[in-house]
Design a protein around this ligand. Structure first.
Ligand SMILES: [Mn+2]
Length: 467
């Protein structure tokens, strides 16, 4: 079986010969014009000539592997579809349209068997992407002019560097073809969040702690994912700023690319890299992908076409196992034991699952078990606690459509230690000295009863028992 194409002009015929990507003798064309017929025959294609509204024409070219309708005059599409209706059989039909579906002169629902492709929209989106890359080339050239003759360049990140800043630092270094020693990343603060620390480990990244004095060791300073007014430190002159936070005007800089509509600065850097044709290895792709994911909550926050484009491109190049390792640090075997113990003693009351782990060697298994327990059927809340050193640490999770976790935990435990959090996640830290001692956390003992009673009272809006 051959491919079948309906078209009106030589241009469309030429495009289809290229687009189908098969040799001309594997295509049969239905055309009206004699000159198009002559052209196609010279290319080696089979041609049937007749009126495009004539059903007989389609009896000659169908069935086919695929029938593509590519008309110059969109107003004739309906007539062609009408003529094909009874002849199409099992042949898949694609109609290329220059106008979007909603601007067709007929209701496409009348022809549910045809797949209408608005090529104009697709082409415009592609063009917008290419225009962004063309602009990026100009920007990268200006950036190179500023950095090329510098011996040491500092990539300055926000005070508690996050995945977007870290990924952009690595991207800038790759873009400029520099090694770590000649373009280190630095910050006035330290990486504190566990996932971000894990990102440093998995992707082998380093951030130097800088001070106003050590800044003098660098010939140039580039800030990524942040702008000078965001830092508490008084900065000397900064040479370049690449960011996506709202633009600040209170500073002077030689190079500034701030795009507030973008979901992540990593998207800007992905455009720079693609525009320059720089090889993006697995490590860099993973860093940038993770950055877009983290900054846009998995594309759940407002993003642009550019973010989605960058994400899709990076997704094919990134190592998804590394992404998983960053997001969810692997549990050592001994914590499984604690997990099992915690589940054995778990109790469900008023749609809340309680589990107390007793003394734990790693604090992070408490939130992990809390996440896990929320999957239990009939449970809206999970409350998991454990003893870390001389404190009790508690993680609370809920399914999201109930009361705010932060407020509940605060009202239940604020008087005993520190407590608070967000809508669906919260945490409390209570010094053991403020809790009943004894056998420290067997299910049903005084400590566990106190935690359960206080939490349930807070859920019901009652005052904490014994407070
Ligand atoms: Mn960011």
């Amino acid at each position: 079986m051959r491919f079948a194409v309906v078209c009106q002009s030589r241009t469309h015929a030429m495009l289809m010969l290229q687009a189908l990507g098969v040799s001309a003798d594997e295509i049969v064309f239905a055309v009206e014009s004699e000159s198009v017929e002559r052209y196609l025959k010279r290319q080696g294609a089979t041609v049937v000539r007749g009126k495009l509204r004539d059903r007989g024409l389609y009896r000659e070219i169908l069935p086919a592997k695929l029938l593509v309708v590519s008309l110059r005059d969109q107003r004739r599409l309906r007539g062609v579809l009408e003529a094909i209706t009874r002849e199409r059989g099992e042949t898949p039909v694609v109609a290329l349209s220059q106008v979007p579906r909603e601007r067709l002169s007929f209701d496409p629902a009348d022809y549910p068997w045809v797949h209408i492709v608005p090529v104009g929209d697709r082409f415009r989106a592609t063009l917008r992407h290419e225009v962004r890359l063309a602009r990026a080339r100009i920007l990268v050239r200006r950036l190179r002019e500023i950095l090329d003759d510098a011996r040491r360049v500092l990539v300055l990140l926000q005070d508690d560097p996050d995945p977007d800043g870290l990924a952009c630092g690595l991207a800038l270094r790759t873009l400029m073809g520099r090694k770590r020693a000649r373009m280190p990343m630095g910050s006035f603060g330290r990486v504190t969040r566990p996932e971000n620390k894990q990102m440093l480990r998995v992707l082998d990244l380093e951030v130097q702690l800088v001070t106003n004095e050590t800044l003098a060791n660098f010939d140039r300073i580039v800030m990524v994912d942040t702008q000078p007014p965001h830092l508490r430190a008084e900065l000397p002159s900064v040479d370049a700023v690449i960011d996506h936070h709202p633009v600040q005007t209170s500073y002077e800089v030689r190079f500034k690319d701030v795009r507030n509509s973008y979901g992540a600065t990593a998207t800007i850097f992905t455009e720079y890299l693609r525009a320059e044709g720089v090889k993006v290895n697995e490590r860099l792709a993973t860093a940038l992908l993770y950055a877009i994911r983290a900054d846009t909550m998995m594309l759940d926050r407002p993003v642009t076409e550019a973010d989605v484009e960058a994400f899709t491109w990076l997704f094919r190049r990134a190592n998804l196992n590394w992404v998983r390792r960053i997001e969810r640090p692997a549990l050592p075997a001994e914590t499984l034991e604690a997990f099992a113990e915690g589940l054995r003693g778990a109790r469900i009351e008023e749609r809340v699952i309680f589990s107390h782990l007793g003394p734990v060697s790693r604090e992070d298994i408490i939130p992990q078990l809390a996440d896990f327990c929320l999957q239990v059927e009939g449970v809206d809340w999970s409350v998991v606690s454990g003893v870390v050193g001389d404190e009790l640490s508690m993680s609370v999770r809920n399914v999201g459509f109930v009361q705010k976790a932060g407020a509940i935990v605060k009202s239940a435990f604020d008087d005993l230690g520190s407590a608070g959090g967000h809508r669906s996640m919260a945490k409390a830290i209570i010094p053991l000295a403020h809790l009943p001692s004894g056998n420290a956390g067997r299910p049903g003992d005084e400590l566990c009863r106190l935690l359960e009673e206080r939490f349930l009272a807070a859920l019901r809006g009652e005052p904490a028992p014994g407070s």
